[in-house]
Design a protein around this ligand. Structure first.
Ligand code: CMC
Length: 428
């Protein structure tokens, strides 16, 4: 289908133009629909709605394809690094050596938090979830740089680097605070992921001995999470950006959207589910029977996806990595055995097969994070660190679009029609 689409509403014919993407996806442009017919479209949860044109990430959920700026995720996972991939997502091309050096330098220069931010950490209760701290602190960071509001285009590369760099410092500080440990400052001689592990696990006077396989595994997790087109959190970032809010405010909103267990919070929920199955001595079959019977609306966490109706290519890479990391660290994990068993049963069960439910990125990532010592309540924070370049790239796309307008959906009102105010003494 190309060109135009004819529709007929109450006998009135209307011609709507179509848009064809570079991978052949077709969208019907309904921009003129309401003006011409008075009707709006309804698409709860946006399963059929394209909210924008974007040149950042391509997903074909039917065949399990994911590409950043045209590069296949498996190729990037094998050959690139998180920092190089972040540059690719934000600026559209793989960096040359000098460009990568300049970008890395900017990350290093901006890794320290303003010392005043240390006091904000102090005011969180010990029960605070690290995602609450992360969101609040990202927003707080914007207040230390007023030019984020006034000179935003000119200063964009600086603010983008500051956000990518500092999200990792904030995350590590929030972990140290929750554990009652002193903050460890970043080092200038360490690369991005190694520096994060240093801030998480070193002690004053005793630096963490960095294991290359652990650094590599976490870097890969960041890379695999770096973007995923118009998901809930990215759409949130774009929505907030459309009001011309600053980059940090938009990213902070993205963190909140990511936190939920149906989105990024699923990685924590998967581990909690696996632990529960393990503690009950179940091999997974009792749990799956409850899921299928929808007991308490239970779900097999880490399974299913709005877009993928086939294997999530990230899950395939992470599963392989899981076995590799555990072998390298000479560890075994009974939760990995349970996860594999659940996958095996689900992939052969009509409930999951008929609904096209496959393992997603969150199904195995928690097992790797657990193996490398990341605490459970920090799992979704790892997702947020990884997703930051994608949010920044999407923010940039909104800001650079000359046709961008404030995002403002409509609704079908179903409440009472006009009625008159009754004084309180007359109300039943
Ligand atoms: N376990 C059991 N049943 C499921 C699951 C699941 N994980 N996911 C979907 N279903 C069922 C659902 O009950 C419904 O069944 P029925 O037709 O009988 O009503 C059918 O499949 C369609 O589900 P849906 O909720 O309409 O699908 P959706 O596209 O709105 O939701 C999802 C997508 C990812 C929220 C959902 O699959 C889910 O809740 N999965 C578990 C949470 C999870 O792993 N989330 C991480 C997503 S990937 C990382 C990310 O992008 O954040």
């Amino acid at each position: 289908m190309t060109g135009n689409v004819e529709i007929n509403i109450d006998g009135k014919a209307l011609t709507l133009p179509t848009l064809v993407g570079s991978e052949g996806e077709i969208g019907i442009d309904i921009t003129s629909l309401r003006n011409q017919t008075g009707c709006i479209t309804i698409d709860p949860a946006y399963g059929n709605t394209g909210s924008c044109e974007s040149s950042i990430t391509f997903i074909d959920g039917e065949t399990g394809i994911l590409r950043y700026r045209g590069y296949d995720i498996a190729e990037l996972a094998g050959k690139s690094t998180f920092v190089e991939t972040a540059y690719l997502l934000i600026y559209g091309e793989l960096p040359t050596r000098p460009q990568l050096a300049e970008f890395s330098e900017l990350l290093t220069e901006n890794q320290m938090l303003h010392e005043g931010m240390r006091f904000h950490f102090e005011s969180f209760p010990p029960t605070a979830h690290p995602m609450a701290i992360l969101s609040a602190m990202i927003n707080a960071a914007s207040s230390y740089h007023p030019n984020i509001i006034n000179k935003r285009e000119e200063r964009f590369p600086y603010h983008a680097a500051r956000l990518i760099s500092q999200v990792r410092t904030i995350a590590a500080f929030s972990h140290r605070k929750a554990k009652g440990l002193p903050a460890i400052y970043p080092k200038t001689n360490l690369k991005y992921t190694a520096n994060f592990l240093h801030m998480m696990f070193s002690h004053p006077g005793e630096d963490l001995e960095l294991q290359p396989e652990i650094v590599k595994a976490l870097d890969l997790i960041f890379l695999l999470h770096a973007d995923h087109e118009q998901n809930c959190s990215t759409s949130t970032v774009r929505m907030v950006a459309s009001s011309r809010a600053n980059l940090f405010a938009s990213a902070s909103a993205g963190v909140c959207a990511l936190w939920g267990p149906l989105h990024g919070g699923a990685n924590q929920a998967v581990l909690e589910m696996l632990k529960e199955i393990h503690d009950e001595g179940d091999d997974g079959s009792k749990f799956l029977a409850q899921v299928k019977a929808k007991v308490g609306n239970r779900r097999l966490m880490g399974f299913g996806h709005r877009v993928y109706k086939n294997f999530d290519p990230r899950a395939v890479i992470i599963k392989q990595q899981c076995d590799k990391v555990l072998a390298q660290l000479h560890k075994s994990d009974p939760l990995l055995d349970i996860a594999k068993k659940l996958e095996e049963i689900a992939l052969n069960d009509d409930y999951f097969v008929s609904r096209k439910l496959y393992p997603n990125v969150d199904f195995y990532s928690g097992i790797i994070m657990r193996a490398i010592g990341i605490p459970l309540d920090m799992f979704t924070v790892m997702f947020a660190i990884g997703r930051m370049p994608g949010w920044i790239a999407n923010y940039k796309e909104v800001m650079e679009d000359p046709d961008s307008r404030i995002a403002r959906p409509r609704q079908i009102y179903t409440g009472p029609t006009l009625r008159t105010y009754q004084p309180i003494e007359q109300r039943q």
